[in-house]
Design a binder for this molecule. Structure first.
Ligand SMILES: Cc1cc2nc3c(=O)[nH]c(=O)nc-3n(C[C@H](O)[C@H](O)[C@H](O)COP(=O)(O)OP(=O)(O)OC[C@H]3O[C@@H](n4cnc5c(N)ncnc54)[C@H](O)[C@@H]3O)c2cc1C
Length: 804
């Protein structure tokens, strides 16, 4: 009996040491104490055990010995399995930094740290810009005219862009721009996107990765002084050209080149580059006055030095230089923002045209990756979230206004499911957008989180717009000035493709870079392994490796303990509705970190080719982040009780997705014994999570079906109107009118129950009024509402589609 108790005590002690990531000396001391206790209890000294203990403990605790006996061998093995990292990959990995992603990769996220970060808020000046110029701009936009009649923004819209310096949101005030925060920039793009994707992309591009941002970070003072005020006032229209027929996602492989040579510029002979390029898909190229061009620089005549291949270089090329071709247009899924090819044939540019001057020759890839690590978190996530806000508002209204069998379609269970997804996805996207923008405004450059945002907000956009189209039925399909959904829906693949196409982002970037950047030890091990200084490499590799081993053991112990106890004893913030989600996310963080470590250990460099596994790891990391963001949003907004269904649905969906990806990972993990071990440790009692329940979905859907503070909070900054002549205003107006008429409608239906139903609804109203079931005023309200609803559900009709 005492033997059993002792054994149980030893297991508990080992588990506790592992759980709390005890240092090696404590493990050693505990093992020695265990052997002493065993000898004392059994009156027999465990000699063999002592020998094994000494053989292991001495070299492990004496670092110089440990390095010779253990670490050096492991370092050689690690160097062999380390994936070859190309220069472009190395630069992409080095770009930006880590933030909450690194916490999620510890297995024990510090919730206090997350919740104590200040909520992201707009300044008064930014709010007035949204309420004034952005509102004015949105009101002026007629998306049908833009996309169907003009294939361009209206002259009035272009004028407003210039007048209110929409191209200068990221340009500091000292250079004539607005100097807005990332949150303001994102909110402006989001709001315009709820009105017209074409207008949003037009405004978005000069403020995202392109000449403006590159000049801000790398431009010479003379370049900044000259270009930035002109860009802010839209006197110069910029574009940035990287992509070409032979270079897309693999942007580092671009064939466009520049040769160092002498040439004539403004009447003088000067040293520069003769550049040739063939680019396509370039936004704003057809109307650009300056082209940002990425090319590979070569110096075959050694005019600059010994090196011939100088690397990717970025230049700002005025479009009026001889040899530059612009003006032709692509038609990107009927969006009307300017997009087209540009080609350059032997265009001579002086060194002054290089962004940052000669100092930055060959630094182009690094410059682009650094800017992308921030920009990717702003524009497209804003567009995706805007789509969610717009879809929530109009689909909720349509679901209430449109009736079948006298029941609003939004109350049918099938439609409810789609509405619940629209509402909760929007809540989660908005939460992630705000959280990440807030981090950017505090100076973080979280490149992995940017990729997560880009991917999940554009995939979220695909989901919510698809659901919104389904709920609208034919009203969403028939195109024309009344249709406020179809153009956004059509444009979804644009967002999916640009700034890192989504399949690639999911399969290679999120976990591929996340594991290296956000993992506490992996990058340290890789840096040590690639160090030329062997003595230093051995010391640093040893330190990182043994910390890593302790970390992995700790996460395994934690994952098992939290799995067996349902994470009930994990300290967690939040309220009665949200506390359990913090606990479950802590549990899944430990499970993810452990499973990721085993995957990296088993697959090493192979992981790069195992894109399907990498994508699932990426999904888990992403949903840990998205659910964290939803919880933070709920706290930042003061825990509004009405929003609980939204935050709960979002968290339950994220946890269920995490579980599904874990299952898929384990089912497809190449080493079966390791897969079984991982399953035992991370899912010891089977599957803990279920999808959000039908009851919860009903509550979320109901939030969209009538005006409320929760609906306004969810759709804040979406363009709205109550003008019955406006495409969106028409539906909002109909919603208000429908709700006002509903009690009278009910009175009429009850009062007329036993009557023969007249042929038409208006006949019923007339009869009800004649019989005194409703009074004349009420009858007028019902007739008016009937007309308003008819107008709201109507679609456009054309005499002829040619030229319509
Ligand atoms: C409307 C629009 C506007 C644009 N604006 C600009 C602009 O202003 N400037 C500019 O330079 N470029 C611009 N682009 C180009 C855009 O960045 C590219 O389209 C994008 O990089 C993808 O390249 P690609 O279209 O050649 O697709 P490809 O690279 O051929 O990719 C095709 C598919 O394969 C997937 N894929 C590729 N490699 C891998 C891999 N290793 N693993 C898994 N999946 C992979 C991709 O995810 C994608 O789904 C624009 C594109 C569009 C459509």
């Amino acid at each position: 009996m005492s033997g059993l108790i002792f054994t149980l005590f030893v297991i508990a002690a080992l588990w506790a040491l592992a759980y709390f990531a005890a240092p090696l000396w404590l493990w050693t001391a505990a093992a020695a104490a265990g052997l002493i206790a065993d000898g004392w209890l059994t009156h027999v000294q465990p000699t063999l055990a002592w020998v094994i203990f000494i053989v292991l403990a001495v070299p492990l605790n004496l670092r110089p010995l440990r390095r010779i006996l253990v670490t050096d061998h492991l370092l050689s093995w690690f160097r062999k399995v380390l994936p070859p990292i190309s220069e472009t990959e190395r630069i992409a990995i080095d770009a930006g930094n880590t933030w909450w992603d690194a916490d999620l990769f510890t297995g024990r996220p510090d919730w206090k740290k997350l919740l104590s970060t200040p909520p992201a808020n707009l300044s008064d000046e930014e709010q007035s810009f949204l309420d004034g110029p952005v509102e004015e701009f949105c009101k002026s936009l007629d998306d049908w005219k833009i996309t169907h009649e003009l294939f361009d923004l209206t002259p009035e819209a272009w004028e407003l862009i210039r007048k209110h310096r929409f191209f200068g949101m990221i340009i500091p005030k000292q250079y004539g721009g607005h100097g807005f925060s990332a949150l303001a920039h994102s909110t402006v793009v989001m709001k315009i996107g709820t009105r017209s994707t074409s207008a949003a992309v037009t405004v978005m591009v000069p403020n995202s990765l392109g000449p403006g941002e590159l000049l801000l970070h790398y431009g010479t003072e003379a370049q900044k002084q000259y270009y930035l005020p002109r860009l802010a006032r839209a006197e110069e229209v910029p574009c940035f050209a990287l992509t070409g027929p032979y270079v897309g996602s693999d942007a580092g492989a671009l064939p466009d080149n520049g040769i160092v040579c002498k040439g004539m510029y403004q009447g003088k002979e000067t040293l520069g580059f003769r550049v040739n390029w063939d680019k396509r898909y370039i936004t704003l190229a057809p109307v650009a006055t300056i082209l940002g061009v990425a090319f590979k620089a070569f110096d075959p005549d050694h005019l600059l030095g010994d090196k011939v291949d100088l690397g990717i270089t970025l230049a700002l090329i005025p479009t009026n230089l001889p040899g530059v071709e612009i003006g032709k247009r692509h038609n990107p899924l009927n969006s009307a923002f300017m997009n087209g090819p540009t080609r350059g044939k032997d265009v001579f540019i002086p060194f002054d045209c290089l962004i940052g001057g000669t100092e930055y020759i060959g630094q182009g890839w690094k410059m682009l990756m650094n800017c992308l690590s921030v920009g990717r978190a702003i524009s497209l996530p804003a567009l995706g979230t805007g789509a969610g806000k717009h879809a929530s508002r109009v689909t909720g209204a349509y679901g209430r206004v449109r009736k079948q069998f006298r029941v609003p379609i939004g109350k049918f269970e099938g439609v409810e499911e789609a509405l619940a997804r629209i509402g909760a996805y929007t809540y989660r996207m908005d939460a992630a957008r705000r959280l990440t923008a807030g981090a950017l405004d505090r100076g973080e450059k979280p490149s992995v989180l940017s990729a997560i945002l880009k991917y999940h907000c554009t995939e979220g956009m695909r989901q919510v717009l698809g659901d919104a189209m389904d709920v609208h039925g034919g009203r969403g399909v028939m195109m024309g000035p009344r249709n406020y959904l179809a153009r956004g829906y059509q444009a979804v693949p644009v967002s999916i493709t640009v700034e890192g196409a989504n399949i690639l982002t999911r399969s290679m970037i999120i976990f591929g870079q996340g594991a290296i950047r956000a993992h506490p030890y992996l990058l340290k091990e890789m840096e040590a392994a690639s160090s030329e200084d062997h003595a230093k490499a051995a010391v640093e590799f040893d330190r990182a490796l043994f910390a890593h081993i302790g970390f992995t053991i700790s996460n395994a112990a934690r994952a098992l303990f939290l799995g067996l106890t349902g994470a009930l004893f994990v300290p967690a913030p939040g309220d009665s509705a949200t506390r359990r989600y913090y606990r479950q996310l802590s549990r899944m963080s430990a499970a993810f970190t452990f499973v990721a470590d085993v995957g990296l250990l088993m697959l090493g460099g192979e992981m790069k080719r195992k894109e399907k596994l990498s994508a699932r790891y990426g999904d888990i990391l992403s949903h840990l982040y998205l659910a964290s963001a939803a919880l933070k949003q709920y706290e930042d907004q003061g825990r509004p009780a009405a929003d609980r269904p939204l935050v709960e649905w979002a968290c339950q969906d994220s946890l269920y997705t995490i579980q599904q990806r874990l299952e898929e990972l384990l089912r497809n993990f190449p080493s079966r014994p390791f897969a079984w071990l991982m399953r035992f440790l991370v899912l010891p009692l089977g599957r803990p999570y279920a999808p959000a329940s039908d009851r919860l979905g009903h509550k979320v859907a109901s939030l969209l079906l009538e005006p409320s503070d929760a609906r306004d909070r969810l759709t804040r900054h979406a363009f709205t109107s109550t003008d019955p002549k406006d495409p969106v205003g028409r539906m909002e107006h109909a919603l208000k009118q429908t709700l006002a008429a509903e009690p009278v409608e009910e009175k009429l239906q009850q009062g007329m129950k036993k009557r023969l139903t007249p042929a038409s609804y208006l006949g019923l109203v007339d009869e009800g009024a004649a019989m005194g079931v409703i009074d004349a005023k009420e009858a007028a309200l019902l007739r008016d509402t009937h007309a308003v609803i008819r107008d709201a559900i109507d679609v456009d009709e054309f005499g002829s589609l040619r030229g319509a």
